[in-house]
Design a protein around this ligand. Structure first.
Ligand code: F0G
Length: 461
């Protein structure tokens, strides 16, 4: 028998398909040159398998599409809002909801509402948009994640955990009144989709409470995080992820959310809080920046799709297949000894470009180069998560040099088959085999904000 264990399969089947364009290597070489060796600047049409992001790239179900037809497009008081509100209360447990067009809309409102200029905002590693909104509000981000998170080879089961000592040291150093709040991202995207344990968030909440500091959960992939708790943390293996998620959220005061990930939609987000005064402030602001407080920049149908996606994503069998598909790609690549972040995270496999292209120094953007080379080889699009994404220190202007120099191969939900992932693995293995001949890049255009989106490069000779 070929199998060593009972195989898993997706608890859904394909009803609608979207044809893909297959291109030649020559054509792709031209495309990547024109895109300045930045995969963000490629046209999606020219991409074969798109692993740029799991954000907004999900396939919706027939149940969600049917819900789109029930959009109540009233300017005020849409019934889809009330349904979303009741689902957020039911699954996440927060009292009050402010919808936003996507995650960064929520981050913008919350940062402006809670940060006073000069305050510090600790977090378990940064996320690009989250940190920028904190900085724009006058805050300074401080990384308080455990050291293991910065080590691609550490096998810690909860590499997203907050280092309580680092958090406490910051409070002691600057004083609790100088700490705006602490952000806990679950899972931690930039660390490789690594989870936070229940025990850890509980302790973070207790420590923060002691000092009167709020805990803000970045709940973008908190359902995926709940799956890891179920699989890895003692006492949770018989609990449904719905129950785990609710307990997890109970150790925070509020949450920002990008619905474009966990919630199986193409657009949408929210901020959810327990505190009435904060809610009032957010409601005041949302009408300025997003839209009325009962739609926050979304159409009624988008809110309906998000509510229904929430109901589907929280199912244990769906979530198991989601994570197992990601790990399928990781395990395949492991057979070729590809350097990767371990253990595998929830939404993506992260190639370790520092060890993949050992001969390319970080100043020549090895991860950016690897992402470009992968596209040329097979039309697979990944994303740089390293020195380009990290940007510059706003005071000194120097480039941050993150320990992790990664290429993210992000798996959209319910979109690709195992055969697609076989193609991806083959191409990565090919590049690894010929890695010695790879060349670094030179940056020739650098935008002011979030430079990785639009920066342009040239190949070094
Ligand atoms: N927080 C996390 C952890 C994220 O991964 C993202 C987006 C956001 C917040 C912002 O949400 O895009 O809806 O405004 N991550 C995307 C990605 C862009 O590709 O990882 P958004």
């Amino acid at each position: 028998m070929k199998f060593t264990r009972r195989p898993w399969a997706e608890p859904y089947k394909i009803k609608v398909v979207e044809p893909l364009k297959v291109t030649t290597r020559e054509y792709r070489e031209k495309c990547i040159r024109e895109a300045g060796y930045n995969t963000f600047l490629l046209r999606s049409e020219d991409v074969y398998i798109d692993l740029l992001t799991d954000s907004g790239t999900n396939a919706m179900s027939d149940y969600q599409w049917a819900g789109m037809m029930l959009g109540d497009e009233a300017y005020a008081g849409s019934k889809n809002f009330y349904y979303l509100e009741s689902n957020v209360q039911k699954y996440y447990g927060y009292k009050y909801l402010v919808p936003t067009h996507q995650g960064r809309g929520a981050e913008h409102l919350l940062s402006q509402a809670l940060i006073k200029p000069g305050q510090y905002v600790p977090g378990n590693m940064y996320f690009t948009t989250t940190r920028l909104h904190q900085e724009l509000a006058g805050g300074t981000f401080v990384d308080v994640i455990i050291d293991e998170a910065h080590d691609s080879q550490s096998n810690h089961p909860f590499k997203g955990n907050v280092d309580l000592q680092k958090f406490e040291d910051l409070i002691k150093k600057v004083g609790a009144d100088k700490v705006a709040y602490i952000t806990v991202g679950a899972t931690v995207n930039m660390a490789g989709g690594q989870p936070v344990s229940m025990a850890n968030i509980k302790e973070v909440y207790a420590l923060a409470n002691k000092h009167g500091i709020k805990v803000v959960l970045d709940a973008t992939r908190a359902m995926e995080n709940a799956y890891f708790i179920q699989q890895r943390e003692e006492g949770y293996k018989d609990k449904p992820i719905a129950e785990i998620l609710k307990e997890f959220c109970s150790y925070s005061d509020c949450a920002t959310m990008s619905g474009k990930k966990d919630l199986l939609v193409n657009i949408g987000g929210f901020v959810a809080v327990n505190d009435w005064d904060l809610f009032e402030e957010l409601r005041n602001m949302v009408v300025v920046y997003e839209g009325l407080h009962t739609y926050g920049g979304l159409a009624g149908r988008d809110m309906e799709a998000m509510s229904r996606g929430m109901e589907e994503a929280i199912q244990d069998d769906y979530m198991a297949s989601r994570i197992k598909q990601v790990h399928y790609l990781g395990e395949l690549l492991d057979e070729y000894n590809i350097p990767m972040v371990k253990p595998f995270g929830g939404h993506a496999i992260f190639l370790d470009a520092k060890r993949f292209y050992e001969h390319i120094p970080q100043e020549q953007y090895p991860a950016q180069a690897l992402a470009a080379d992968l596209y040329v080889d097979s039309g697979v699009r990944g994303m740089e998560r390293g020195i380009v994404s990290a940007g510059r220190n706003k005071e000194t202007g120097e480039e941050y040099k993150p320990k992790l120099e990664l290429v993210r191969l992000t798996i959209p939900r319910r979109v690709y088959t195992q055969a697609h992932l076989d193609v991806v693995a083959y191409s990565v293995a090919e590049l690894y085999e010929h890695r010695k001949s790879a060349k670094g890049l030179k940056m020739v255009y650098e935008p002011r904000y979030l430079r990785f989106f639009q920066a342009r490069f040239e190949k070094l000779a």
